[in-house]
Design a protein around this ligand. Structure first.
Ligand code: NAD
Ligand code: UGA
Length: 460
C-alpha cells in the first residue's frame, strides 16, 4: 500500500516511519525544504528515542522516502495522511489553516480511489469540512475522508503507535472504514482494538481523551497542594488512590503543571468547542486557568526565598516540557524562567536535549551550560523542572558545594528529601512538606550567603 504523509513533524515522521515498518511504501512530504534535505541525509529533525534508527532501516529497505513535491507523491497514493500542525488561535480555538491548505493542495492531484486521512488533532466537524474542500478542488468528483486521531506521546512515540491501546477510525462510509482496517491489519492482528466510528465521534474522542488525562494531572496537582499544607505525601496518596482500578495509577504524577504542544492547546480547543455548541466545559475551563496559575505560583515560590532578587542567581535544570523530548512548547520551565528574569534574577540553564529549542525561545534571557553542575555553580537556588534521569543521578554533595545558596526546588519529586538535606540544603518538593537541613548546616549557610532568607518563617 502506498502511503503519503503530509507533514514530517513529531506525528507525521513517526507514524510514517511506523507504517513503513508495517510493510507500506511511505513518502513523507513537508514544506520545509531544509527538513526534507536533512531527512534524506539521515538527519532527524527532532529528538525521539529510536526514531533515527528506524528511519535509517526503513530508508535502507526502500520503503521510506522524503519529498517536498506533494503533487508527485500524491499521484500514486492509496492513503494520504494530513499530519500538519493545528496551533491554537488567540481565542483558544484551533487554527485549521494548515490542514485546509494541505487539503486544497492534495485535492488538485489526488487519484480517484485514494483516501484522505486526517491525523492532525482537529475539532468536531473538520473531516466533513475537509471533504467539501477536497470535493471542490476535484471539480465535484467524489472523495473519501477518514478521521484517524493519533494518541502517541513524545518520548515514547514509536511504542505508543506500534502498541497502541486502540486505533480509532472515523469515516462516514463503510468502504473507507474497511480500507482503513486493512491498512492497520498488522496491528489489529497483534490484538490492538480497532474502534470504528463516525468522523465527528473520532474527532471528539481525541479531545475528550486529552482533556480527561489533563484533568487527572490537574486534580493530583491540587491534591499535592493540600498535602503540602496538611503534612501529607502526595506520592503515597496517589498510589493509594490509583490502586482503585477504576481510577488507575497513570497520569497521577504531580508536577509543575502540564505543558507540551498538546494538552494546553487541546484543552483550550475542547473548551472552545463546548462554548460553540452551547455545552460549556466548565471543568476544563477551570483546569486551563489552574494549570497556568500553577506555573506562575511555582515561580513565586522560588522568588519568595530570594531576598535580593537583582543580586540572585537561579539554576534551572530542565527546559523540555517532560523528559525524553527536546520539545519546549508550553513548558512550565519557560513560565518560571520568564517570571524570574522579569524580577531581575539571573538565570542559568541546562537541559540534556532541549537546549537548542529552549535557546531559540528564551535567547539571552538565560546563560546556558553544558552540564548541571556548571549551571549550579554560584547559584542561590537550583530548581529541577524536567524529570531527566541525569538529574535523578545528581551528585548532591558536589551540587551543594558548588552552590552559593541553600535551596533546592524539586518540581518533579525526583530526589529523596533526606539525601538533599543531608548536604545542608532545604528541600522544596511537590506535595510534600518543606524539609529543612539539620540546624548546624542552616547556621553555616545563613552566615555564608547574603541572599539567604529564613524559609522557616515563610509560608512555603
Ligand atoms: P509539528 O509542528 O512537529 O509538524 C508539522 C509539520 O507539518 C511541520 O514540519 C510543517 O512544516 C509541516 N507542514 C505544515 N503545512 C504543510 C503543508 N501544507 N504541506 C506539507 N507540510 C506541511 O506538529 P506535530 O507535533 O507533529 O503535530 C501535528 C498534529 O498532530 C497536530 O494537530 C497535533 O495536535 C497532533 N498530535 C501531536 C502529537 C505530538 O505528540 N506532537 C500527538 C498526537 C497528535
Ligand atoms: C499527550 C498525550 O499523552 C498523548 O496521548 C497525545 O497523543 C498527545 O498529548 C497529543 O495529543 O499530542 P504528550 O504531550 O507527548 O502526549 O506528553 P504527556 O506524556 O501526556 O505529558 C504532557 C504533560 O503532562 C507534560 O508536561 C508532563 O510532564 C505532564 N504530566 C504527565 C504530569 O505532570 N503528570 C503525569 O502524570 C503525566
Amino acid at each position: 500500500m502506498n502511503v503519503v504523509m503530509i507533514g514530517a513533524g513529531y506525528v507525521g515522521l513517526t507514524t510514517g516511519t511506523c507504517f513503513a515498518s508495517l510493510g507500506c511504501n511511505v513518502c513523507c512530504v513537508d514544506l520545509n525544504e531544509e527538513r526534507i534535505r536533512n531527512l534524506k541525509h539521515g538527519q532527524i529533525p527532532i529528538f525521539e528515542p529510536g526514531l533515527g534508527e528506524l528511519v535509517a532501516q526503513m530508508t535502507a529497505a526502500g520503503r521510506l522516502d522524503f519529498s517536498t513535491d506533494l503533487a508527485a507523491a500524491v499521484k500514486s497514493a492509496d492513503f494520504i495522511f494530513i499530519a500538519v500542525g493545528t496551533p491554537a488561535r488567540a481565542d483558544g480555538d484551533i487554527d485549521l489553516s494548515y490542514v485546509e491548505a494541505a487539503a486544497r493542495q492534495i485535492g488538485r492531484f489526488i487519484p480517484d480511489e485514494a483516501i484522505v486521512v486526517i491525523k492532525s488533532t482537529v475539532v468536531a466537524g473538520t473531516a466533513r469540512a475537509i471533504g467539501q474542500i477536497l470535493k471542490s478542488a476535484k471539480g465535484g468528483r467524489n472523495v473519501y475522508v477518514a478521521s484517524n486521531p493519533e494518541f502517541l506521546r513524545e518520548g515514547s512515540a514509536i511504542d505508543d503507535f506500534m502498541k497502541a491501546d486502540r486505533i480509532v477510525v472515523g469515516s462516514d462510509e463503510p468502504a473507507t472504514a474497511a480500507a482503513m482496517r486493512e491498512l492497520y491489519r498488522p496491528l489489529i492482528e497483534m490484538g490492538i482494538p480497532f474502534i470504528s466510528t463516525t468522523t465527528t465521534d473520532a474527532e471528539l474522542i481525541k479531545y475528550a481523551a486529552n482533556a480527561f488525562l489533563a484533568l487527572k494531572i490537574g486534580f493530583i496537582n491540587e491534591v499535592a497542594n493540600i498535602c503540602e499544607n496538611a503534612g501529607g505525601n502526595v506520592t503515597t496518596v496517589a498510589q493509594g488512590v490509583g490502586a482503585d482500578r477504576r481510577i488507575g495509577q497513570n497520569f497521577l504524577q504531580p508536577g509543575p503543571g502540564f505543558g507540551g504542544s498538546c494538552f494546553p492547546k487541546d484543552t483550550r480547543a475542547f473548551a472552545a468547542t463546548g462554548r460553540r455548541y452551547g455545552a460549556p466545559q466548565t471543568l476544563i475551563e477551570r483546569l486551563i486557568e489552574g494549570n497556568e496559575e500553577r506555573k506562575a505560583m511555582l515561580a513565586d515560590r522560588i522568588l519568595a526565598v530570594l531576598t535580593e532578587k537583582r543580586r540572585s542567581r537561579v539554576a534551572i535544570l530542565g527546559m523540555a516540557f517532560k523528559a525524553q523530548t527536546d520539545d519546549v512548547r508550553e513548558s512550565a520551565a519557560l513560565t518560571v524562567v520568564s517570571a524570574l528574569t522579569k524580577a531581575g534574577v539571573e538565570v542559568r540553564g541546562h537541559d540534556p536535549k532541549a537546549r537548542g529549542p529552549a535557546q531559540s525561545v528564551l535567547g539571552t534571557e538565560v546563560i546556558w551550560h553544558e552540564d548541571p553542575y556548571a549551571a549550579a555553580h554560584g547559584a542561590d537556588v537550583v530548581a529541577i523542572l524536567t524529570e531527566w534521569d541525569d538529574y535523578r543521578a545528581l551528585d548532591l554533595k558536589r551540587l551543594a558545594d558548588l552552590m552559593n545558596g541553600k535551596h533546592l526546588f524539586d518540581y518533579r519529586n525526583l530526589l529523596c528529601p533526606e539525601s538533599v538535606t543531608r548536604h545542608g540544603l532545604f528541600y522544596h518538593g511537590i506535595g510534600r512538606p518543606l524539609v529543612k537541613p539539620p540546624l548546624d548546616d542552616r547556621r553555616k549557610s545563613a552566615g555564608g550567603s547574603h541572599l539567604w532568607a529564613d524559609v522557616a518563617a515563610s509560608p512555603i
